[in-house]
Write a protein that binds this ligand. Structure first.
Ligand SMILES: [Zn+2]
Length: 114
């Protein structure tokens, strides 16, 4: 177990943060934007929506929708939520591919919620 939190990009598998507390930024491997840091997937989505200034989206619907995106879906590999690794409770982060707009893809993800 490495010392401190570790965050791996779910889109390209690059190590985004190792041994430090993650903060919103860009993946060094693929340029994906990421934000979040909540204690669960919904909290991570809520923090990311706030960070990116996306109004009018329900964090429950977005996080629920993100878990329903299949790999071969048009949104697969474009937007996803993941947890970091650390001792104790994980924190959750939303990744949006470099060529995608967070507000747009998160609104589409919300439509996947059951
Ligand atoms: Zn990446």
């Amino acid at each position: 177990m490495p010392a401190g939190p570790q965050l791996i990009c779910p889109l390209c598998r690059a190590v985004v943060v190792a041994g430090a507390e993650p903060a919103p930024g860009l993946c060094p491997g693929c340029g994906a934007r990421y934000a979040g840091g909540g204690d669960d997937a919904r909290g991570g989505v809520a923090a990311a929506l706030e960070w990116w200034g996306v109004p009018g989206l329900d964090a429950d619907a977005v996080s629920g929708g993100l878990f329903r995106i299949l790999p071969d879906d048009p949104l697969g590999g474009v937007v996803t939520v993941t947890s970091d690794r650390r001792d104790g409770f994980y924190r959750w982060w939303v990744f949006v591919a470099a060529d995608a707009e967070p507000a747009s893809v998160l609104a589409r993800a919300a439509t996947y919620a059951g």
